[in-house]
Design a protein around this ligand. Structure first.
Ligand SMILES: Cc1cc2nc3c(=O)[nH]c(=O)nc-3n(C[C@H](O)[C@H](O)[C@H](O)COP(=O)(O)OP(=O)(O)OC[C@H]3O[C@@H](n4cnc5c(N)ncnc54)[C@H](O)[C@@H]3O)c2cc1C
Length: 441
């Protein structure tokens, strides 16, 4: 069945032959048409889960197989949503050890992108909590990979964006938590230097900074830094202490239609950013926040990707190594502020080192910003690419929809070794996405 599909950014939109296998036999049959790519819940922003010849929707392979309360290890099929894991295990005191900013992602997607959260500096990426995977290769055989058997496939799959085969099942560990609540500290920072000082000095489990992209001069990098810790039962008010994992469901809203492009102009962005900062200053200090509002604020607004209009949006996310982070971020924020093309979402996180050889994180700072797609923003994004490369940074493939193969090669020397691993396992040509074809991966 051919269907128009896109990633979360709604750019690009491609007609793809779509299949939805319910078991291994159906998946094996779907592989024959090649090249193919697996798709989870479509939350990657660009074209990494799109293949016109064969896109395999894995969401029907969604069985939860096992849980070991002694180690916190869960065994699931790849199509299970992270949100379903939380629903099943938070009432028993367990939570994902690493989570992205949305729970509407599959376990296959979390592994293929090796997602990171606000605790990367202490907890690493999703792969740091992964014990084993089972993959279906081009010949339809199921291969188990862990630290001892097929170790290079195990190590290179996180961050490989589906290009090492279809993940069928995985065993990964959750973390034990004391409640479903987070003690959040909000700190208003006047500029980039202040925000980096807070992020550098904190030993809070979770940390993130939200930027007002339109601040200039002394206000460049004006931001709110939000720190968080899982609240202990004793930190909770008495009405919550007897049911520490119970959090009332949030009201969800829906963006009813595509916003007209003109709605997102420089003045609305400025007003939005100022309001957010002002509001944050008012609420600076400590607050008890439920897990859903803290980790997944955007999940409360269904279809929020429509606010950028029909043409869609692109997210820019890079990481700059620690030694050049201050200068690199200064140049990136300066170029954005200069262009006047701000972003509703500009997020800065401090990352720690990352072992997995093709994952995005490295020790340093990651900056993520959304832009509506148009000629002016695409030109700005190319400028941001060049600044990133100049400062020794690299790009997050799960957010990318428009990078060039040449820029990727300049930024990321691991690409050549990745191609060797793909060749070794007969994966080249069999697994390809619109992104891997654009980037010549
Ligand atoms: C609001 C929002 C906030 C986000 N915040 C963060 C964040 O803080 N940190 C972060 O790291 N990411 C973040 N992301 C990105 C998101 O976590 C990743 O893109 C994730 O991979 C999406 O999972 P998915 O199931 O939707 O996969 P898809 O978007 O469908 O696919 C993503 C990639 O995974 C591959 N894939 C999916 N399933 C399989 C499978 N079974 N086998 C092999 N490959 C597979 C696809 O081929 C594709 O390359 C965010 C995204 C959104 C929309």
């Amino acid at each position: 069945m051919s269907q128009s599909l896109s990633g979360w950014g709604r750019y690009p939109v491609l007609d793809c032959e779509l299949s939805q296998p319910r078991d291994e036999a159906a998946l094996r049959a779907a592989l024959v048409q090649g090249p193919v790519i697996a798709r989870g819940n479509g939350r990657a922003y660009g074209d990494s889960a799109l293949q016109p010849a064969g896109t395999i929707d894995m969401r029907a392979m969604n069985q939860l197989h096992d849980f070991d309360p002694a180690t916190g290890q869960v065994v699931t099929e790849a199509g299970v949503l992270l949100g379903d894991i939380i629903t099943a295990f938070l009432p028993r005191g367990w939570f994902p050890a690493v989570t992205p900013g949305t729970k509407l992602v599959t376990i296959g997607g979390c592994i293929a992108s090796d997602v990171h959260g606000k605790n990367h500096r202490h907890a690493g990426g999703f792969s740091n909590h992964l014990d084993w995977i089972e993959l279906m290769g081009a010949d339809g055989q199921v291969i188990r990979a862990d630290a001892n058997s097929n170790p290079d496939l195990f190590r290179w799959t996180p961050g490989a964006m589906g290009l090492t085969g279809v993940i069928l099942r995985a065993g990964f560990r959750l973390q034990k938590v004391t409640s479903g609540w987070i003690q959040q500290d909000t700190i208003a920072c006047a500029n980039l230097g202040e925000a980096m000082a807070v992020l550098e000095d904190t030993d809070a489990a979770y940390s993130v900074a939200w930027f007002d992209c339109l601040g200039r001069g002394a206000a460049l990098g004006r931001s709110l830094v939000m720190l968080g810790e899982h609240a202990a039962r004793d930190d909770l008010p008495s009405d919550k202490r007897h049911r520490p994992f119970h959090v009332p469901p949030r009201r969800r809203r829906r963006v009813p239609m595509d916003a007209p492009a003109a709605a997102l102009n420089r003045f609305t962005l400025r007003a939005f950013n100022r309001l957010y900062h002002w509001n944050g200053r008012r609420h600076a200090g400590r607050a008890l926040v439920d897990w859903d509002s803290y980790f997944y604020p955007l999940d409360a607004i269904l279809d929020w990707n429509r606010i950028y209009g029909r043409a869609g949006f692109a997210q820019f996310q890079c990481v700059i190594p620690l030694q050049s982070a201050r200068d690199g971020l200064h140049d990136l924020l300066g170029a954005i502020s200069e262009s006047g093309q701000g972003s509703f979402l500009a997020v800065l996180k401090r990352l720690g080192p990352q072992d997995s050889p093709f994952a995005f994180p490295m020790e340093g700072y990651t900056l993520a910003l959304d832009f509506p797609v148009n000629d002016r923003t695409l030109a700005l994004l190319r400028e941001l690419d060049a600044i990133t490369v100049d400062h020794g940074g690299r790009f997050y493939l799960t957010k990318d929809s428009r990078l060039s193969a040449e820029t990727l090669r300049h930024a990321d020397r691991r690409v050549a070794e990745f191609a060797e691993i793909r060749n070794k396992y007969g994966l080249t040509g069999a697994f390809a996405s619109a992104q891997s074809e654009r980037l010549n991966l």
